[in-house]
Design a protein around this ligand. Sequence first.
Ligand SMILES: Cc1ncc(C[n+]2csc(CCOP(=O)(O)OP(=O)(O)O)c2C)c(N)n1
Ligand code: SF4
Length: 479
Amino acid sequence: MRKVVFGKPGAFFDLFERRPGQIKTNMHYCPGCGHGILHKLIAEALSDLDMQKDTIMVWPVGCSVFGYYYFDAPGISVPHGRAPAVATGIVRSRPDFNVVCYQGDGDLAAIGLNELIQAANRGENITVLFVNNATYGMTGGQMAPTTLPGQKTQTSPYGRSIENEGYPMKICEMVSALDSPVYVERVALSTPAHIRKARAALRKAFSYTKEKKGFSLVEFLSACPVNLKMSAEESDKWIQEKMIAHFPLGIYKDVGADRNPKTPATPEYDKAIVKDILYPQDDELGAGAVPADDFIFKIKCAGFGGQGILSMGLMIAEAAHQQGFQVTWLPSYGPEMRGGTANCSVVVSSRKIPSPIVEKADLMIIFSQLAMDKFKNGMEDGGTMIYDENNVVSLGEKPANCRIIGMNASEIAKNLGDARIANTLMLGAMSVFMRRISRSSFLKAIRKSFARKEKVLDINLRAFGEGEKTISKAVAEKI
Ligand SMILES: Cc1ncc(C[n+]2csc(CCOP(=O)(O)OP(=O)(O)O)c2C)c(N)n1
Ligand code: SF4
């Protein structure tokens, strides 16, 4: 008799509060996507094996990058392909934790292949869950190392050619050929019977990790209906009929019974050394052309892809650099293919900058409702926020500690002749609050940014001036 389980496993949040926007109950995956099924299997296993509190999920780039929206378990997001490398650092410094990497085929078999093979060969005590959907899902369906011969993708419109691109890469076969790994299995998520096997494989890998037996890999053949341009049902059939023929299912290696648990070395951790690296002493700081006072100014620009958010941040950074300041620019763009968010953090300082991350902004530029909801509580006391009234419908509960100014930036930009210049307009507006950077430095930054786009330089220079004027008027009216 099988037990039927209703409801969410305990390792999922009751409500997905971390998900931006209004939807807090559904996952962001497309209908029929294998990621959702696998997430549920993981959450159940974490709960049932009592691993929820001491398992660190490592999420690299790919459609599953937002795994942390769903799991009420420790986790870390890492750069593309770097999961096994980061997992190695974690497991060596905190061997008391279980570490699980969750990787797509682009992530694991292309950009991150070396990390995977090296970690497997070292026999790190981690589980790697490998989601093979034969394509790069998040970026819109490019060819992956696991794309099937003849399979059409965005970058193989005539079908993958074996002569040109070689055969699909067989990761389980490669990893199981190494001596160190303890357990390697390939399963599928295409039928209930396969899902049951996948569930068992995942639990076996988790148990080995918990018992400190070494490196485990489970590959899941998984559907990406959107990029296969098929329905959910057709995609599962495609896995059954086509994918399994290239990627035979089964256990490739299982030597868990013969392995003793690893005894990890005790890590050394010296707080003083870490502090020295993060916060260098004054005599190590070069102040450049700027007097070495304690000036540090943090800016956040946020909206969605296509609004010029990142280039606006670059222009601020360039202007500050022109002025002789130290500067960092940290972009962050929504990785999912369906409607991406974009934001960047810029730190301007007269001293070396310990971290490019802006948790509390002195100045914030907001270009979308999603960005407003997400970042409005990240203002420094006494800071200034300027937002585009044409794209933000509601401020919601206003943060009390800062000045908030609305500006119909998109509309003014349109009236000036091009909606795309709203970012330079905002740049002009924000420049009014950055008096340590001169107007001419900003203008130089704009000229540099449009050096290869002479045609639109003029209109951008005008937009900058218009932004300055509009905000000065708005501020004067408020006072
Ligand atoms: C260093 C770097 N290179 C490229 C990208 C663009 N990128 C984002 S996701 C992705 C592919 C993800 O595909 P896969 O790992 O198969 O995961 P899926 O989305 O299919 O789940 C790429 C190339 C990036 N974000 N970072
Ligand atoms: S694009 Fe593909 S892998 Fe990404 S969520 Fe949609 S179906 Fe899943």
